[in-house]
Design a protein around this ligand. Structure first.
Ligand SMILES: Nc1ncnc2c1ncn2[C@@H]1O[C@H](COP(=O)(O)OP(=O)(O)OP(=O)(O)O)[C@@H](O)[C@H]1O
Length: 291
């Protein structure tokens, strides 16, 4: 469904996408995680044909997306702060949604507007942040595009609306499987939905992995320096803090029973690092290797 090979892209002389490779052939939900400025939005623009690549190849449903109406018909990209007309209310947005999306599902659109309790006549530009996100979700899901890309789809949503979004997304995908890409800074908000996660760091995809596998990574050890040092000689240390004779380290490994056993034997504490903390350390780590 999507295939990127050695894709690069620059704004002027600033290369913001570097040698990106990504292949997904199944209609799944992908989380795209990266820190500020990593290149998420640019990558989504390349996938949806809003910008053209400088090098490499990009294929979306077998087509090059840029300047390609046929390809554009199979992709919906709902960007953060989507530029709806200042004059539009929900009903206008739905009318245009129906006009521009050949798979448009008006029943689903109506259902989602009700679910999110959106006022139909109020101008979208007067919506709160969360409500703006909700109308973007409505258009994104009701488009029923084979490939739907949503930028920060939980932005501004309260816990109840996040739950509504998750249920609506899973239920429509169960009916009509399609590839969904959700970008985020906060992995915990979408990790339960995503089958795979792509990590973009310093303008390239550095990991593309099953969420369940990724969630197992990140081991935190704390205790005496003497006991910990020998255990981590050949490990990739992502973070280290020292306090006198005590140290705490995060290492880039799978949180396994083996680690629990080693920690017990050495009399130190071992914990699984939350995924968001692991991703931050993984993408900020600078040669901390080995104490
Ligand atoms: N229109 C533009 N012109 C020039 N540079 C741009 C433009 N848009 C983005 N950039 C630059 O490209 C890089 C990647 O930006 P991008 O918006 O893709 O990152 P992002 O991961 O979406 O960031 P954030 O999470 O902060 O939204 C940044 O260095 C940014 O300054």
């Amino acid at each position: 469904m999507i295939k990127l090979e050695n894709v690069s892209f620059s704004y002027g002389s600033n290369q913001v996408i570097k040698n990106v490779n990504l292949l997904e052939t199944e209609p799944i939900i992908i989380g795209l995680w990266g820190r500020n400025g990593a290149g998420k939005t640019t990558l989504m623009k390349l996938l949806s044909g809003l910008e053209n690549i400088d090098a490499g190849t990009i294929s979306v449903n077998g087509m090059t997306p840029y300047n390609n109406n046929e390809a554009m018909n199979t992709i919906t990209y709902m960007q953060e702060n989507h530029p709806f007309s200042d004059l539009w209310n929900v009903e206008d947005a739905l009318r245009f949604g129906a006009l521009f999306n050949k798979n448009w599902d008006s029943e689903l659109a109506e259902h989602l507007v009700t679910l999110f309790e959106l006022p139909r006549k109020k101008k979208i530009k007067q919506f709160s942040k969360g409500m703006q996100t909700m109308i973007q979700i409505v258009i994104g899901l009701a488009s029923k595009s084979p490939i739907t890309i949503m930028d920060e789809p939980t932005n501004g949503l309260d816990a109840y609306m996040r739950k509504q979004f998750k249920e609506a997304l899973l239920s429509t995908l169960e009916e009509d499987p399609r590839l969904i890409i959700l970008s985020t800074h906060h992995i915990e908000e979408i990790e339960a939905l995503c089958e795979k996660i792509a990590i973009i760091n310093e303008h390239t995809i550095v990991r593309y992995q099953d969420t369940e596998e990724l969630k197992m990574r990140g081991v935190h050890l704390s205790g005496s320096r003497e006991a910990i040092e020998p255990l981590i000689v050949s490990e990739r240390v992502l973070e280290k803090r020292t306090l006198g004779k005590l140290i705490s380290v995060m290492i880039d490994d799978v949180f396994s029973n083996d680690w629990k056993l080693k920690a017990k034997e050495a009399g130190i504490n071992v914990e699984k690092v939350p995924l968001q903390d692991y991703l931050i350390s993984f993408t900020t780590q600078k040669e901390v290797n080995n104490v």
